[in-house]
Design a protein around this ligand. Sequence first.
Ligand code: ADP
Ligand code: MG
Length: 223
Amino acid sequence: MKALSINHINKYFYEPEKFQVLKDVSFEVDKGEFVAVVGKSGSGKSTLLYLLSTMDTDYEGQIIINDTLVTGLNQNKLSAFRNEHIGFVFQFHYLLPEFSVLDNVMLPALKLKKRSKEEIKHKALDLLDLLGIKGHEHKKASKISGGQQQRVAIARALINDPAIIMGDEPTGNLDSKNTKIVFEIFRELAKEKGQTIIAVTHDDEFAANCDRVIEMADGKIII
Ligand code: ADP
Ligand code: MG
């Protein structure tokens, strides 16, 4: 079963001048597959991930996620779809700095309203424990270290059990011990729960251990 398929994606930036950043990109990812996206800086990895995550809708081509054609959906539908089906770990976290660690993790689930607040809190605490953040849940997000913030962002991405987890260098800020922990969590989610993982990474060892590597160069997929 396919988790995602993208067909003939072209994407342009218009500032400072017209520039084609993605060039006829097509690929498919199976459900439960753990895929690394690699490539030199400037090759288009982040741009591609923003399209896949439905946050950027300005492109040509088609994106199908979980059998839903997301291309052309209006912003309300897209935002609801994203919250339910996609967990995204940004390159620079984007936690709400004035909110507690626990509130940051709970927020997407409170928005989804599929579980009680108690259940959500329980799940959030379990995830924080899994990611080694236990004991920090009541601190403001701005008061923990960068590596801890990144792990909180990962917990937040997992709270709704999304079908697809996307990360732009999700382990970029982590030491090798925590990188391994996060890798193993992703591996387990893919294997046991059939969740699909797409992670941009510069970490060769991380990429080598994924099911598949997609390499980008100059806006195209080269492998
Ligand atoms: P990567 O993540 O692989 O480093 P990006 O997707 O961030 O690459 O960027 C790909 C290319 O698009 C780069 O040449 C970058 O300078 C350019 N780019 C990225 N974002 C914008 C933007 N908002 N406006 C114009 N050019 C951009
Ligand atoms: Mg990038």
